[in-house]
Design a protein around this ligand. Structure first.
Ligand code: GLY
Ligand code: MN
Ligand code: MN
Length: 431
C-alpha cells in the first residue's frame, strides 16, 4: 500500500474538491491484438494499480469515504486467458481505499459521490467515453442538488495538484531512478562494445533491450534511438535499420523504465572506436556545453537558465570552428545556434520521460528545488546537405544526455559513471 496511500493522503489534504483519475486506455494494435499495456502514471502514482479500466475517486467532502476505487470484477473465464485480477473484494485491502465497486457501477455511483464537491479534478478530452460518464454524473448531481454548492460547478485539470506533487521526487522515487540509470548505463556500454563496421543499428537496439529485460525492466521508457551516420541528425529517428561503417558516429538515445520510473540517456560514439578530428571537434563542443549546463543545475536555478548556459557554450564553440561568425553575444541574441541545436537542453524526468509539472509559474521560469530531476542534453546536428557548414561537418549529429537530480546546495548526476570524455568513450568502444 505504501507509498501510494500516503501520496493519496497528501493529495487529499490539499484537494479543494473531488478528483477522478482513470486508468490508461487499452489501444488496439491490429485486428484483436492490443498494444502493450502500461498504466497511466497518475493512477499508478496514487494507487499502484496496473490493471486497465480502474478508476480512483477522491471525495474529501463525502460523509464516510475519502478514497474509492472502481475496478474490473473477478471473472474466472477471462482470467484464464489474461491472468488474475485484483477484483472488487480484495481491492479495499490491497489498495487501502475506503470502498471498491465494479467499474460498471461508476456512472450510477458517481452522482452521489460528487455531491457536496463544488470542483472536480478530471482531465477532460482524453477519452470521450469517460468524459460522457463524468459529464452525465455531473448533470445528475446537478438535478439532485438543492444548494448552489451541491455539485461540481468547475472541472479543473488534475495537473494543478497531482502533477505538482509528482514533480518533486521522494528518496524512494530517486532510488528507482538511480536503479533505472544503472541498468541504462549497462545497456549503453553493451551498445558501445558491440558497434563495429558492418553491424546494423538494430543489433545495438537489440542489445539495449536485452539488458533492460534481463534486469527486470518491463519496457524501455521510450523507443530507443540508434542513429548512425546521417541518421544521427534526425532527432526522433526510430527505424534503427542502417548498416554502420567505420568512420560513422552513432547516436544512441535509450533509457529503461524501472518500476514505472524512466531514465533518458544519450551517448554518441565512433563505430571504429576512434573519433576523426572533425567529429572530435564537434563532440568536444557538445561535451563542454553539457558539462557547463550540468554545473549550472542547483536549487534556485531554472531550466531556462541551464539552457542559456548550454546555448552560450555551443555558440562560442561554433564561432571557434568557423561555423558561425560574429560577436558571440549578438549570435546568442539572434538564436544563431537554432539551425544546428534546435531543441531545449532540459526537460523534467520521472514516471514519464517528458515528465509532468509546470516549467513556468506565475509567468516566470520556475526555480529548481531539491527532489526535482531534469535531463541535460545539448546537441549539434548538421544535415548532410547543409551548405552553411564546412563539408567535413555535414552529416554529423552529436548529443550527450544525462539525468540530474537537484539536491540541497547542488546536483547529483544519476548517470555519472557512463563514459563521456573522448578518451573514456573510445576506451569503452574498444572494450
Ligand atoms: N529521449 C527523448 C528525449 O531525449 O527527450
Ligand atoms: Mn533522450
Ligand atoms: Mn531527454
Amino acid at each position: 500500500m505504501e507509498p501510494f496511500s500516503s501520496r493519496r493522503r497528501a493529495l487529499l489534504a490539499r484537494l479543494d474538491g473531488a478528483a477522478l483519475i482513470p486508468a490508461a486506455l487499452v489501444a488496439l494494435r491490429n485486428n484483436d491484438v492490443e498494444h502493450e499495456y502500461r498504466q497511466d502514471s497518475d493512477l499508478f502514482y496514487l494507487t499502484g494499480m496496473v490493471e486497465p479500466e480502474a478508476v480512483l475517486l477522491l471525495v474529501p467532502h463525502h460523509p464516510v469515504h475519502r478514497a474509492v476505487m472502481f475496478v474490473r470484477p473477478r471473472e474466472p473465464g477471462r482470467e484464464a486467458w489474461d491472468g488474475p485480477r485484483v477484483g472488487v473484494e480484495d481491492a479495499v485491502q490491497r489498495f487501502g481505499v475506503d470502498a471498491a465497486y465494479p467499474v460498471a457501477e461508476l456512472a450510477d455511483r458517481l452522482p452521489g459521490y460528487l455531491a457536496r464537491h463544488d470542483r472536480l479534478h478530471y482531465r477532460l478530452g482524453r477519452d470521450r467515453a469517460t468524459d460522457e460518464r463524468v459529464l452525465g454524473a455531473i448533470e445528475k448531481a446537478r438535478a439532485r442538488g438543492r444548494s448552489p454548492l451541491a455539485w461540481p460547478a468547475q472541472i479543473v485539470d488534475p495537473a494543478v495538484l497531482v502533477h505538482e506533487a509528482r514533480l518533486v521526487k521522494s528518496p524512494g522515487e530517486i532510488a528507482n531512478m538511480r536503479r533505472a540509470a544503472e541498468i541504462t548505463r549497462d545497456a549503453h556500454l553493451g551498445a558501445m562494445r558491440l558497434a563495429a563496421d558492418g553491424r546494423h543499428e538494430f543489433e545495438l537496439d537489440a542489445v539495449i533491450r536485452e539488458v533492460f529485460r534481463r534486469n527486470g525492466c518491463e519496457r524501455p521508457a521510450y523507443g530507443p534511438i540508434v542513429g548512425s551516420g546521417p541518421n544521427a541528425t534526425i532527432l526522433h529517428y526510430r527505424k534503427n535499420a542502417r548498416r554502420m561503417a567505420d568512420g560513422d558516429l552513432v547516436l544512441v538515445d535509450a533509457g529503461c523504465e524501472h518500476e514505472y520510473y524512466a531514465s533518458d540517456v544519450t551517448r554518441t560514439f565512433p563505430v571504429s572506436g576512434t573519433f576523426s578530428p572533425a567529429q572530435r571537434r564537434i563532440y568536444e563542443i557538445v561535451l563542454e556545453a553539457e558539462l557547463a549546463a550540468i554545473e549550472a543545475v542547483r536549487p534556485g536555478a531554472t531550466v531556462d537558465g541551464v539552457h542559456e548556459v548550454a546555448v552560450r557554450t555551443i555558440v562560442l564553440g561554433l564561432v571557434r570552428i568557423g561555423v558561425l561568425r560574429g560577436d558571440p553575444s549578438r549570435l546568442v541574441a539572434e538564436c544563431a545556434h537554432k539551425p544546428y541545436f534546435m531543441h531545449r537542453t532540459s526537460h523534467w524526468l520521472g514516471m514519464d520521460v517528458h515528465d509532468v509539472g509546470a516549467y513556468h509559474v506565475g509567468g516566470a521560469p520556475r526555480p529548481l528545488a531539491p527532489g526535482m530531476v531534469i535531463t541535460v542534453e545539448p546537441g549539434l546536428y548538421f544535415r548532410p546537405d547543409d551548405a552553411s557548414v564546412p563539408p567535413e561537418y555535414r552529416g554529423l549529429g552529436v548529443r550527450i544526455e544525462d539525468d540530474v537530480v537537484v539536491i540541497e546546495g547542488g546536483r547529483r548526476e544519476l548517470t555519472a559513471d557512463l563514459p563521456k570524455t573522448v578518451d573514456a568513450v573510445e576506451r569503452a568502444c574498444r572494450a
